[in-house]
Design a protein around this ligand. Structure first.
Ligand SMILES: [Zn+2]
Length: 370
């Protein structure tokens, strides 16, 4: 059926596809569908005409859920923006944290390297200080050793041998070489050298005091102090018993720097200071023989190995006017014929052998490597 004419119907109704057959324009008039229909100047009221057909009850209505879940486009953009922003912040925070951790690790590594360098520098410093200390100790030892050698050199004018322990000096120098990297060892060596120097210095001072005094008040001691530089002691005692035979005097090899004089012989009426002097020379030769064994061994060949004729020769060589046989007048008509010695007056070659022997006695300074 045809609907009633609605004049300028709402264009929305036309665009919504109402039945074209209801459009009055379409009736009998050409339609230009490429152009929209002319718009009225004022919209018609929304309410449909009373006789307008109602929409079909079964027309599909827009789904309410779809409209609610999608929401407005602007809200979705803002939410997406927040998500992106939060995600970017999270990524940035993680990157910052990782960066900080890496930085801390790098700083820690650098600190460890600095600590290692500090430790190495400290170790090098310690080694340098140890070297400096060792150098100082070696200089101290060298000075102490030189003082010891200088003190030992003062024994060069003494004929009595065995006073300077040369082997000990060499041992002390060798110790310092062994301890050249050992500060504590060098300290002990320095102390040992100082002790050795003090021992030698005390021997010298004691000898000087002994030489300047005459405890026995005898001619023997006067001679022995001079010949022995104070290192030989005079003991007037029972020499016959001590040495096991009838002697005017003797020397025991176990204590070679003591000359024993037989008191009984010394008390004989013929005894004089001249005879005492000759006896002292003879006994002093024994002191030299015992305390200088190596050169004595060589010199003895000139005397057939006889220590006594060699000792007599020493007295004959160095004591002017000395002889082995003496006639001693004790009164106007009494005399003693006294023989001191072993009956052999040495010849010139033997006397030269004694001089050669005597020239090499006593201490001779020797270089000590340090
Ligand atoms: Zn003798």
């Amino acid at each position: 059926m045809l609907g009633s004419p609605r004049g300028a119907a709402a264009p929305s109704a036309a665009s919504e596809g109402d039945a074209i057959t209801n459009d009055p324009v379409a009736e009998g008039a050409p339609v230009d569908r490429s152009h929209p229909a002319p718009q009225p100047s004022a919209p018609a009221p929304d309410s449909p005409a009373p006789d307008a057909p109602a929409p079909a009850p079964d027309a599909p209505a827009p789904a309410p859920d779809a409209a609610a879940s999608d929401g407005p486009p602007a809200a979705r953009t803002r939410r997406t923006g927040w998500i992106v922003a939060v995600a970017l912040l999270a990524v940035g925070a993680i990157a910052l944290a990782v960066g900080l951790v890496l930085l801390l690790l790098q700083l820690q590594t650098m600190q460890e390297r600095l600590d290692e360098q500090d430790q190495r520098i400290q170790e090098q410093q310690d080694r340098i200080e140890e070297q400096d200390e060792l150098i100082e100790q070696k200089e101290t030892f060298g000075a102490a050793m030189q003082e010891l050698l200088n003190t030992a050199a003062r024994f060069e004018t003494v004929d009595v041998g065995g006073l300077v322990p040369q082997g000990h000096l060499t041992y002390l120098a060798a110790n310092a070489w062994r301890h050249r990297h050992d500060a504590a060892g060098l300290d002990r060596d320095i102390a040992d050298v100082a002790t050795a120097t003090a021992d030698l210095a005390k021997q010298l001072s004691d000898a000087q005091a002994a030489a300047s005094a005459n405890a026995s008040g005898s001619a023997y001691e006067t001679v022995l102090d001079e010949l022995g530089s104070g290192f030989v002691t005079t003991s007037i005692d029972d020499a016959d018993t001590l040495c096991g035979e009838d002697v005017a005097g003797c020397v025991v090899s176990a204590d070679p720097r003591v000359v024993h004089i037989d008191a009984a012989d010394d008390a004989m009426p013929y005894m004089s200071d001249w005879l005492r002097t000759g006896v002292a020379y003879h006994e002093f030769a024994h002191v030299l023989q015992v305390t200088n064994p190596e050169p004595t061994e060589v010199a003895l060949s000139a005397f057939g190995g006889d220590l006594e004729t060699m000792a007599d020769c020493f007295a004959l060589t160095y004591l002017d006017g000395w002889s082995l046989d003496h006639r001693v007048w004790v009164s106007a008509n009494q005399y003693w014929d006294v023989t001191l010695g072993y009956g052999h007056v040495c010849d010139e070659p033997q006397r030269q052998a004694v001089r050669d022997w005597h020239a090499q006695l006593g201490y001779v300074s020797q270089p000590v490597s340090q």
